[in-house]
Write a protein that binds this ligand. Structure first.
Ligand SMILES: NC(=O)C1=CN([C@@H]2O[C@H](COP(=O)(O)OP(=O)(O)OC[C@H]3O[C@@H](n4cnc5c(N)ncnc54)[C@H](OP(=O)(O)O)[C@@H]3O)[C@@H](O)[C@H]2O)C=CC1
Ligand SMILES: O=C(O)[C@@H]1CCC=N1
Length: 268
């Protein structure tokens, strides 16, 4: 992996990546952060002991540059750092919607670009990241981006045309799961359980179910059928979920996320 890595944009995702790299044992003197706000820069310096610079200085010094600003800010950021970029550097974009072609069109010819869709479980080293190479990207560049993301979870290599769908599934996915968890906790409270009891029950049920999926490799339909006793409680509940079209709602939600990712690519 390259000697120096810069993270430009230290919000939720940028800090998640930074903290993961530090946890994975990356030397902080090989990490830099680009941040405009003095207060936030101070906070990150205090918390991680990392050098916080202006974007241009960080980009100039780094071998690998992670771009972690909002999609709407990407054009301005690229215009800011483009004058100091040189062939041999690697740009790794974590932004939803933004294509490698867009980035390549804003930086000097020949710079390697990798597009990544990460997710926030990277904060606990259980991230899921999908990576796609741009047009000037070598196998070594792609491996470098994969190694960066592998420090905070699993990595999958995908064609860039699948990135908008991936964003809708694993990028936004944690939010859908948290929404389901919130809903189940509230339902437990409605049924008369203390909030803390309901919360414990729901979280352990989620963790146990996720572990079954991962460790047994059994299809979710089979696992669901194993819980569903004939004429029992689960069947009664699942009937309500079908009546309320929850399956169709998930499909519509993820189509909306996919379409929003495409719209971000178009600059809206
Ligand atoms: N959050 C998530 O779950 C995921 C996010 N992503 C992607 O990660 C990117 C960041 O998202 P997220 O972390 O949630 O957003 P945040 O708003 O939390 O973070 C963006 C950060 O970038 C900073 N920033 C804006 N402009 C610049 C600039 N020119 N130079 C340096 N820093 C800048 C912002 O500072 P300020 O607030 O001062 O403007 C903010 O701290 C997005 O592109 C998003 O699509 C991808 C997958 C999952
Ligand atoms: O909501 C968003 O746009 C970002 C991208 C995927 C998850 N969060």
């Amino acid at each position: 992996m390259s000697a120096q890595t810069a993270i430009l944009g230290a919000g939720v995702m940028g800090e998640t990546l930074l903290s993961g790299l530090v946890r994975a044992g990356r030397r902080v003197d090989r990490l830099m952060v680009g941040e405009k706000r003095a207060e936030r820069a101070h906070e990150l310096e205090e918390r991680y002991g990392v050098a916080v610079l202006d974007n241009r200085s960080a980009a100039e010094k780094a071998d690998t540059i992670a771009l972690v600003v909002k999609p709407q800010d990407m054009g301005d950021l690229l215009d800011e750092i483009s004058p100091v970029l040189r062939p041999g550097q690697l740009l790794v974009s974590l932004a939803a919607g933004i294509t490698t072609a867009f980035i390549e069109s804003r930086v000097p010819e020949g710079i390697a670009v990798v597009r990544v869709m990460p997710n926030t479980p990277a904060l606990v080293d259980e991230g899921m990241a999908a990576v796609s190479p741009g047009s000037h990207c070598s196998e070594a560049d792609l491996a470098e981006a994969e190694a960066l993301m592998a420090s905070v979870g699993r990595v999958l290599r995908i064609p860039e045309r699948q990135q908008d769908a991936v964003t809708a599934i694993s990028g936004s996915g944690p939010a859908y799961i948290f929404f389901v968890v919130e809903s189940m906790i509230e339902a437990g409270v409605h049924l008369g359980l203390p909030r803390s009891t309901s919360t414990d029950l729901v979280i352990q049920t989620l963790v146990g179910s996720a572990k079954m999926l991962r460790e047994t490799g059994t299809h979710p339909t089979v696992l669901r059928e194993q819980v569903t006793s004939p004429g029992g409680t689960t069947a009664a509940a699942l009937r309500e979920l079908e009546v309320h079209k929850v399956r169709a709602a998930f499909l519509a939600a993820m189509e909306a996320a996919r379409d929003r990712s495409r719209a971000l690519a178009a600059g809206s």
